[in-house]
Design a binder for this molecule. Sequence first.
Ligand code: ATP
Ligand code: MG
Length: 393
Amino acid sequence: MEHAILIKYAEIHLKGLNRPFFEKKLVTNIRHALGEIPGEIVREQGRVFVYAIPEASIEEAALRLTRVFGIHSLCITRCVEKDWETIVENAGALMAPYAGGATFKVFARRADKRFPMTSIQLSQEIGGRLAEAHPGVEVDVHHPEYTVYVEVRDLSAYVHGPAEPGAGGLPTGVGGRAMVLLSGGIDSPVAAYMMAKRGVEVEAVHFFSYPYTSQLAKDKVIELARLVTKYSGRMTVNVVSFTEIQEAIRDNCPEEFFTLIMRRFMMEIAQRIAKGDGCGALITGENLGQVASQTMEAMTVTGAVVDIPIFMPLVGMDKKDIISIAREIGTLDTSILPYEDCCTVFTPKHPKTKPTLGQVVNAEKKLDREALIARALENVEKIKVTYHDEPLL
Ligand code: ATP
Ligand code: MG
């Protein structure tokens, strides 16, 4: 008897003609998540199966797949011959841990219409045989403590227990590609995760201001990117040196506009890298009203340098809810390490909260924006990360 992983997918079936495209992406992402674990991935009548996984790795493989977006639920299943006695015997083996006493039901489905019993007959007859074989167990079709699932399909019959929930969302990549502005904070890794969950392939850009910010601050961001790739597959982090721009702003612009001007540079540079790398949108961790640079007026001013969409999936959330997602996805502990971000260097004492575009453009006028941006783009360090890399911190 062989084991396989049975995968039911989420919203994919809604997508009509796009379905093969969605399914192919899902299969690619499953392959990627399995990493070095071998397995034969087969798409079959609205399900995906992974066969031929070495027995010792099957639990780990299933765990990895619980993080793949687009999967509604999954379980390890027995693949058995489509023979009545074999099916009953395997269903019985699943019941063994409950032999001491439990309520159960059998939920059977006959997808292969050539099989001589209907779904209802299968459920009833298997249930009867199991109750007979295990005197302690009792059928309860309404509130069973355990359910045995039997599915008779074209290739084989599948016998398994309850499925585990998958990550939901859409397969990463079906929603296009976008570039997240990744800081070392709590918010932007969560923003990246949320867009990846909607099927977006995520690349990242990080601005760092050596020596005002340390190598540790940069490592922290690479590590955060690695943690996000647990869900998103892989990522390239573009590290941009921001020191010259921040010093130029400090030396040439009114202090109350420092943060806004800095953020306009970040957005514009991010957009240029994004376009060069085939990204159709930017992602930020902005959250309305959280800090002075996250008012509507400030967002208008920073958004004005960009002509592609800026996705802000956290914009209307409460901080506590953002923190609980960060904890759930495993980025929180790294985000709260105390290494400073370049945003905190040169922070104005009284930042402008209701700026107009005219005021900011005027405040920037001594800067040669184009030359500063061109120089920053000359030395972009591209770091590829995947979850299978060694942790950096
Ligand atoms: P976060 O927790 O993501 O750092 P924040 O609440 O600290 O967010 P800000 O510091 O105002 O907010 O930054 C707003 C957004 O700008 C961030 O969510 C991130 O997308 C982007 N950002 C800030 N600093 C950097 C940086 N050094 N490199 C890249 N992006 C940055
Ligand atoms: Mg921050």
